[in-house]
Design a protein around this ligand. Sequence first.
Ligand SMILES: Nc1ncnc2c1ncn2[C@@H]1O[C@H](COP(=O)(O)OP(=O)(O)OP(=O)(O)O)[C@@H](O)[C@H]1O
Ligand SMILES: [Mg+2]
Length: 457
Amino acid sequence: MAEGSRKNDFYKKNYTDWLEETIDSINDGILVIDSQGIVQFVNTEYTNITGVQPEAIVGKPLRDVRKGAILPKALRDGKRRAGIYRREGQIEYVIDTAPVYKHGEIVGAVSVCKSLNEVHFLTKELKRSKERLARLENTVGHMYQTKYTFSDIIGKDSGLKDTVELAKKAAYANLNILIQGESGTGKELFAQAIHSEGPRSKFPFIPVNCAAIPAELLESELFGYEEGSFTSSKKGGKVGLFELSNYGTLFLDEIGDLPFELQAKLLRVLQEGRVRKVGGLNEQEIDVQVITATNKDLGKLVEKKRFREDLYYRLNGVPIKISPLRERKKDILLLINDLIDQAGTTQAIRFTEETRQILSQYDWPGNTRELFNTVHYALSMTETNDIEPQHLPEVICKHGSITNIYSHQSLKEIIKNTEQEVIRQTIKSCGDTLDGKKMAAQQLGISLATLYNKMGK
Ligand SMILES: Nc1ncnc2c1ncn2[C@@H]1O[C@H](COP(=O)(O)OP(=O)(O)OP(=O)(O)O)[C@@H](O)[C@H]1O
Ligand SMILES: [Mg+2]
């Protein structure tokens, strides 16, 4: 044999071995037949999938050893087939078949089979993960649902009504909203109502108190962090509140207390609509409505260079100002009545004229929150159905000095109201009967007719 031909044979043998090994290491089962339908080759994965050993099949007509095999069809019609389902005991697989051509002639056919067990396993795993995700989403959704809607905002004051109308429009405007108002005026109530009203209501409402979280933690709370970004970081990192409120609302309360260095970072996120976790490289797009609130005068903080002007304008897309309770005195009694209704007492609770006077004269520095606390206090202090001045917290009762109470009344009105209150109190202690009234008139040194006369005024 010539040297070249020997080399060629060696090369061919090695090449065939190499090819066989390659086919053997493929993760799909492979079976090859020649033009007569005789099995020439099966790889290890074919045996793994079908359980058929090479010696039981190689060199034999495929039709005889594998009843119903469709590969021989490829020899006859020259067609490729894909995705044919097969089941062998517990094992399910799909087959693709194709004829093998050489110089335009069919010289054999090949089938490639893939086990479906792994696909099933992955499908089950995916289903489980989806269920877990749905449960988590549900929990998160519930955790971050709002409690209040616009129907919970009480008030007939025209200024407050205008504010409510503006807030309702803002709910659909997809602009940042800045709510300003003194402590207890209902800023969070408005923020929640806006979220519940608008298209984001199905998504989370996440409140963050910028004054309550230490400055060094606030950044990672807002933007999240990657695993290992600092020594005490949690495994797997942390999802930031921006990301958590995606498609919903992030309520940044006490925004005036946002540390100066974080103001620039917040501005960047709002301008670009993307967040990057602390220690991270990738940015994530976010779609969040930002509502901020403060009881500080943010404009003044800007003047004093303690709040960035550019951020102020960015946040102030829709400015909402809630007026203090002392500027909408009419609403005080409305709020009180609503609270009494909510308290659900079966008795008819009555605030005496004097108590009402004190409550409407008081300045309410703590606004509606203070009013709510006062009413709850008074309800628990009275033993009858009447709320008298002495049932009010001392600080408020003291405000009810005679000049304060009657500052908007003429002397005639003061005398009339005081007389009526005294008569009412006396009848109460003597009994609301004819005899009781007679006794009351006697105690007060007036006739029964005068008593009736003054009561009816
Ligand atoms: N117009 C209103 N109608 C009914 N309830 C109100 C109204 N305004 C405020 N409240 C109630 O008063 C309480 C205080 O309101 P809220 O917490 O929203 O005030 P705030 O402005 O956020 O106060 P702070 O500045 O102290 O955080 C809550 O119980 C709220 O439901
Ligand atoms: Mg608040």
